[in-house]
Ligand binder design. Sequence first.
Ligand code: HEM
Length: 185
Amino acid sequence: MSTPGPARAAAVRAPSPERTPWRLGRRTRKAVLAIHLVASGTWIGIDVVMAVAVFTALLSDDTPTKALSFQALDLFVVWPLFVTGLVCLASGITLGIGTKYGLFRYWWVATKLVLNIMLASLVLIALRPGVSETAERARQAMAGEAVSLEVGDLLFPPIVSPLALLIAVLLAVYKPWGRIRRRTR
Ligand code: HEM
């Protein structure tokens, strides 16, 4: 015996348990969003302090001031930035997977994912060697050796990173560009 028309239509529309996407509950979603916001704010804050140290070293003519700025960078920049970047990434991925936004469903989420991975990787690949090297030169300068205390390539991270994070915040708030691909029915 065949299923009557309306009953068959209802059976087709009803979501099967296997196909219902996993979603964060309301309270968990808020908690993860709070972690995400605190991580992204902390990340931007560390970038601002990094900019203060780098520009102090760039603009000062005083060797101890330059050396102190480089040593301060060595203390607080690399690992706090990297860990904050990872927390932001993990909470962002959880929010993506656990909400209607997905990870590769909307351009704004996918772009943030790429930005986050690039920025966190650059901390270890590009920033870490530069910071260690300038801190070493700072130690030598403080020991009375004649070494250059030029800022060099360290000028770029405090400009590039906050700009990229500002773009990520704007993407999160305005959610532009729509879906990556329309779902086929
Ligand atoms: C690059 C660093 C990032 C920054 C600065 C950032 C910033 C933000 C901000 C400020 C919000 C709150 C927007 C609002 O509620 O109006 C947000 C929400 C969100 N972020 Fe990020 N984010 C970053 C990385 C990521 C990553 C890597 C992902 C996932 C791949 C992600 C996924 C999301 C999602 C899905 C929301 C919406 C959550 C909701 O409304 O429930 N974010 N992000």
